[in-house]
Design a protein around this ligand. Structure first.
Ligand code: ATP
Ligand code: MG
Length: 354
């Protein structure tokens, strides 16, 4: 019997609408070559156009509409000229992350041949890391308050929340990832020399869980020096695990070290599959280049490959990444890669390489 993957396809706004067709093109080729079927459900909501027509980002029954899907493939959301970001983002993407308990945010960063690297003297292949960010708790809370507001005694308190379950599950996930990569190395981001309660606790938890993975070498690093080493010695890193705030920063820094944002993919995972996971490029809707067919589709295509990997199609994932490598090496190239090719031309080249 053919395996069928049920995918909700949400192009969203701006270049999300331009790069999504290229991801679908690749997915269809991969399905043909690797013998699985796709049940694609195109969804018009979670976009600012929808908001303008309906006064909300998503219909009230959005969860019911996603019932039974295995994954969500997401383009980009946001069109600040017409809808404020806090409405578009909180009304769609952040709702998915929370309501679907997508507690792992995964962002691979690799330096490919043919891609200009902002760091001097870096060879292709030398940078190959996987950033695992906690996606649901930590420093990003609305707990706290302002006292004596508007007076000289004004005090602001902003709490962080680390649950045992929440921290253990992201640490364990990172160790598992490290176990399955050739270098079997894990860097644990911390700041236990400054943040005196939560971070030593996080360190101790990492140590305890690490004891279950003796094959993985662990390197605990404070976030300040860790950030510096991302730039100075990126080859040191394999898997990196971090809390929500530190992971947020590192997962922009990592892809920045490996060239254009047009390459960076991400996955928001509910690893137990109680809810659908979501796969999206790191970049946003890029209003400045929308409508010209020049957006780099690789971040979107690679995100689709991560999705296939998560759905058990490892061989298809590997083949798509190999096709991306081939296209980056030989061209065509979109303007962000120094070329003049279109989004479509790149998408077609990837599908052809596949
Ligand atoms: P968000 O807040 O959603 O992350 P943003 O406004 O911060 O969005 P992007 O929309 O990602 O950022 O755009 C940042 C810059 O990168 C823009 O100049 C944009 O043109 C460029 N950019 C983003 N994605 C791509 C892409 N796929 N190909 C080429 N350039 C891109
Ligand atoms: Mg941004």
């Amino acid at each position: 019997m053919t395996r069928t993957h049920r995918i909700a396809v949400i192009p969203g706004d701006g270049i999300g609408q331009e790069v999504m067709p290229e991801a679908l093109r690749t997915l269809r080729s991969a399905a043909q070559r690797f013998g699985f079927a796709l049940d694609l459900r195109e969804i018009p909501w979670a976009s600012c156009d929808w908001y303008q027509a309906h006064g909300e980002m998503m219909p009230a029954d959005w969860k019911a509409q996603l019932q039974g899907v295995d994954a969500i493939l997401f383009g980009a959301v946001g069109w600040p000229a017409t809808v404020p970001d806090h409405i578009s983002l909180w009304g769609s993407l952040l709702k998915f992350r929370r309501e679907f308990d997508q507690y792992i945010n995964l962002r691979p960063a690799r330096l490919f041949e043919g891609v200009p690297c902002p760091l001097a003297n870096r060879r292709p292949g030398e940078i190959d890391m996987l950033i695992v960010r906690e996606n649901t708790e930590g420093e990003y809370t609305k707990l706290g308050g302002i006292m004596f507001e508007g007076t000289e005694r004004e005090i602001v308190i902003q709490e962080s929340v680390f649950s045992r379950v929440g921290s253990e599950r992201v640490l364990r996930y990172a160790f598992e990832q490290a176990m399955h990569r050739p270098r079997r190395h894990l860097t644990v981001a911390t700041k236990s020399n400054g943040i005196a309660i939560s971070m030593p606790w996080w360190d101790a938890l990492a140590e305890r869980i690490g004891a279950e993975y003796p094959q993985v070498t662990v390197d605990k690093q404070h976030i300040d020096i860790l950030s510096a080493r991302f730039v100075l010695q990126p080859q040191r890193f394999d898997v990196v695990v971090a809390t929500n705030l530190f992971g947020d920063i590192l997962s922009d820094l990592g892809p920045a070290c490996t060239g254009t944002i047009g390459l960076a993919p991400s996955a928001n995972l509910n690893p137990e599959r109680r809810f659908p996971s979501l796969f999206e490029p790191v970049h946003g809707s890029a209003p400045d280049i929308f409508g010209r067919n020049i957006a780099n589709p690789i971040a979107m295509v690679w995100s689709a490959a991560l999705m296939l990997d998560f759905l058990g199609e490892r061989a298809a994932h590997d083949a798509i990444v190999a096709a991306i490598e081939a296209v980056l090496r030989n061209g065509p190239r979109t303007p962000d890669l120094g070329g003049a090719a279109s989004t479509t031309a790149l998408g077609e080249a990837i599908a052809a390489a596949l």
